[in-house]
Design a protein around this ligand. Structure first.
Ligand SMILES: Nc1ncnc2c1ncn2[C@@H]1O[C@H](COP(=O)(O)OP(=O)(O)O)[C@@H](O)[C@H]1O
Ligand code: SF4
Ligand SMILES: [Mg+2]
Length: 348
């Protein structure tokens, strides 16, 4: 973090090019037991109006990457030894704390899994929504309240005007998550990062909240990073997917391509774990074993102890994230895999 004189953030206007670009990002935690490499050379990008889903089991580094983007990692224990996080072309890692604070909420907003712990239990939702406008836009109490009601309407909370003075616990889980979405939308940010936004909800409510998020994202033409461990929830809303395992991206693809033909055995395992309506009653295939302890990541491919396709080379050589092509050599745009046997996986 620089301590030089702070200039206000002036976004570089760019008609093309991604809104956000994460380049070779590394995040470490220095703990008493050793160094945990939670994010290990991650690259991804998202453009205006685009949804990137970041997928992976718990502990794969999805949230830590998001927290690095938001600038909300506690440093220490976290450290960012390497990488760039470009927002509208400017590296946020080189900005002052004040410049970054100016971006949070106004340009980049985040939605967390647990609305109940993100909202203040002793303040009405109207007050908390209105606060966004009072603090950031200097609106008076009355105007801020009107804006809060408008936002509650936008996220389809029934009888918004009547409920604006209710407290968080008076809403259902799904409605609370809508309030979180409203908070994130308040200042019309360019980018929203939603970290497991529906994980705590019932399946039917999950779908409604996800649809709402997708609808608003299109309407506002925002970039959306949707973090989830559940491949089932992203199929209809994401444009592209990055699959993470043990702090690295192991596969990247446009969403429909990934579903049709996974190029990594881990992705295939995740796909096989999704409950399917046509296979009712059948036992779900689940990937055997657990993700590694990040203090003891297996050598070679980190997935090798769990991989049904593992060979000797997998236990010694780390596979690079390489472009994936057709059998005739034609490139598949946007597709990458970090597997020594991606050809066998995708064409097999
Ligand atoms: N505050 C912390 N201190 C030490 N290690 C951490 C901390 N936060 C996260 N980690 C490590 O980073 C890993 C990735 O975490 P996270 O990004 O939250 O995973 P997820 O993919 O489930 O979101 C965790 O498994 C843990 O080892
Ligand atoms: S590199 Fe080897 S262990 Fe890793 S996913 Fe590919 S086949 Fe499996
Ligand atoms: Mg997480």
């Amino acid at each position: 973090m620089t301590t030089t004189q702070q200039a206000p953030f002036v976004p570089t206007p760019r008609a093309e090019g991604p809104l956000l670009e994460v380049r070779d990002l590394h995040v470490e935690f220095h703990t008493r037991d050793g160094v945990i490499r939670a994010v290990n050379g991650v690259n991804y990008s998202v453009s205006a109006g685009e949804t990137l889903a970041v997928l992976g089991e718990s502990g794969s580094g999805k949230s830590v990457t998001a927290q690095a983007i938001m600038g909300i990692l506690d440093m220490p224990p976290a450290k960012i030894p390497q990488g760039e996080i470009l927002f509208q072309g400017q590296d946020m890692l080189k900005m002052s704390a004040e410049e970054r604070r100016g971006l949070r909420g106004a340009k980049i907003a985040m939605i967390f899994q647990d609305a109940l712990s993100s909202l203040n239990p002793v303040l009405t939702v109207g007050y908390q929504l209105g606060e966004m406008f009072r603090v950031h836009q200097g609106l008076g109490k009355k105007e801020a309240k009107a804006k809060a009601i408008e936002l509650m309407d936008r996220v389809k909370i029934p009888a918004a005007a009547a409920r604006v003075n209710d407290f968080p616990h008076q809403f259902s889980g799904g409605m609370r998550q809508r309030i979180m979405i409203a908070m994130a939308l308040a200042l019309e940010p360019d980018l929203i990062i939603a970290d497991e936004p529906t994980t705590a909800l019932d399946v039917t409510v999950q779908a409604q909240v996800m649809d709402l998020l997708a609808e608003l994202q299109r309407e506002y033409n925002m970039g959306l990073i949707l973090i989830t461990h559940d491949l089932g929830v992203v199929a209809d809303v994401a444009d592209k997917i990055a699959v993470m395992y043990a702090g690295r991206i192991v596969e990247q693809a446009p969403v429909h391509e990934l579903y049709k033909r996974p190029a990594h055995p881990y992705t295939r395992g995740l796909l096989d774990s999704i409950p399917r309506l046509d296979q009712k009653g059948q036992e779900l295939f689940a990937i055997q074993g657990l993700p590694p302890n990040l203090l003891k990541v297996p050598t070679g491919c980190a997935f090798n102890p769990r991989c049904p396709m593992a060979q000797d080379i997998c236990r010694t050589d780390l596979p690079a994230l390489v472009e994936v092509s057709e059998q005739d050599g034609g490139v598949l745009p946007g597709r990458r895999s970090a597997c020594h046997f991606w050809k066998e996986t995708i064409h097999g």
